[in-house]
Design a protein around this ligand. Structure first.
Ligand code: FES
Ligand code: FES
Length: 152
């Protein structure tokens, strides 16, 4: 079945089954491999993208549920005001270790900062609790979000 979806500001045509997860459309059809597969069950956050600005697990989001909504991925988040600040803080604080979870972490943090420019610790906990890091970079993630909230 043919679908048109808006990804990072561009309309893309894809021919897949309607129940295909957005994650696999991004990675396998569109070749955008910055969004990662971790659990496939909405438990780890590695696959996080934005749909109309809201952090969303792409592994459980079927392509036929997206409609005209705007999808933003890690490849383009740096061009948004909040995403730019988050990425700079991530680099300054040397947040990643192995890196596997980090695109999802950045997408969740960017959505948080865009909706809440001065998040409290509790706000950060709420927004980031679904993003798992096996390398334990949580302290640096929190520091980077706070740096970004102070203007980068
Ligand atoms: S791969 Fe989607 S939440 Fe883990
Ligand atoms: S940096 Fe390795 S899993 Fe998070």
């Amino acid at each position: 079945m043919s679908f048109e979806i808006k990804v990072n500001g561009a309309i893309k045509s894809v021919d897949v089954d309607g129940d295909t997860p957005l994650l696999w459309v991004l990675r396998d059809v569109l070749g955008m491999t910055g969004t990662k597969f971790g659990c496939g069950m909405a438990l780890c956050g590695a696959c996080t993208v934005h749909i109309d600005g809201v952090a969303t697990r792409s592994c459980i989001t079927s392509i036929d549920s997206i409609g005209a909504s705007a999808v933003t991925t890690i490849e383009a988040i740096g061009a948004t005001p909040a995403g730019g600040k988050i990425q700079k803080a991530w680099v300054d604080r040397e947040v990643p270790q192995c890196g596997y979870c980090q695109s999802g972490q950045i997408m969740s943090a960017s959505a948080l900062l865009a909706s809440n420019p001065h998040p409290s610790d509790a706000d950060i906990n709420d927004a980031m609790s679904g993003n798992i890091c096996r390398c334990g970079t949580y302290v640096r993630i929190r520091e980077a979000i706070k740096q970004a909230a102070q203007g980068g």
